[in-house]
Design a protein around this ligand. Sequence first.
Ligand code: NAP
Length: 332
Amino acid sequence: MTKTALITGITGQDGYYLSHLLLNRNYRVVGLIPPHREPNLAKLGSLADKVEIYTVDLKDSTALLTAVEQLRPQEIYNLAAPSFVPDSWKDPLGTLDLITGTATRFLEAVRQVGLSTRFYQASSSEMFGDVSCSPQDENTPFRPKNPYAAAKLHAHWTMVHHRQRYGLFACSGILYNHESPLRPPQFVTRKISLAAASIKLGLTNTLEIGNLDAKRDWGFAGDYVEAMWRMLQVDEPEEYVIGTGKLHSVRDLVAAAFDCVGLDWRQYVVINTSLLRPDEHFQLVANPSKAKNKLGWQTQVSFEQLLEKMVLTDLQRLQSGMTTPAISPQRG
Ligand code: NAP
């Protein structure tokens, strides 16, 4: 039987990679898109013809209930979110409404329709926030530090409560930073890959960075959607921390990216302290042992391979006159 998977946030980075994975596994893939965001379907590139699109207001409980009733999905992946964390300070209420509201409306819809649909919630390592120990695992206390993280945590607990109270198959991945050629340029990884490619082509000659010593756990998005899918294939719904378990600094990012184009980053990087973020000294790094043991999941793409994918794709884009990530990225 062909399984149906509903995806919110299908036009985002993870939506792209997850759709690709599910189509390869013979799923019927349906993206739920709010009416005014339909132009962003162009971001799906060649996948746009292979997925079905259902236009629905994610803030409308009745519309979501109807979508679940009509489409009768075996799996729901709730990925939609304004994912650039600093922006959540500009619209805390809108962030809460979309992230927490959509998760709650879906869980209620699944409960009311009475299907055995399996539900995945896109939780975030940002929920750990002001961490007091490293690495973090599924038992680490949550201490969110921004509206995005607080909204994600509310959605996360709502999912846990619906599972406990109603026995729904609901789970979440607490994902650390994951990147790809589809990352928008405001994220530091893509900012760096784009700068390395631009400098190589002589289009610019500097890259401004706030803090070279800031550290994160960065992985490849294609690996992380595999973890999402695996969470919905096991017998018990649970939470899983998903990350590489390795910390890298922004300096490592810059060095790896410029290495890909044969340049010495020290000649091009300029420190701009106005770009410093207040909470960059906290070290968020995953202990993904549970995912390894229970899901058999581990990363396939190394830090250096990730940067190479990003830089080479940006080189190709710039050489063909494209600047936005609206094309199929290199996979592998
Ligand atoms: P992304 O590339 O920014 O994609 C976000 C998706 O959400 C897009 O489809 C976007 O639609 C949609 N969206 C944003 N604001 C919306 C709104 N107000 N109404 C309806 N849809 C909206 O994010 P991603 O990297 O794929 O991440 C997927 C999920 O994982 C998100 O929930 C994110 O918070 C979470 N997460 C990501 C990371 C990471 O490092 N990537 C880590 C932990 C958790 P448009 O295309 O129309 O803008």
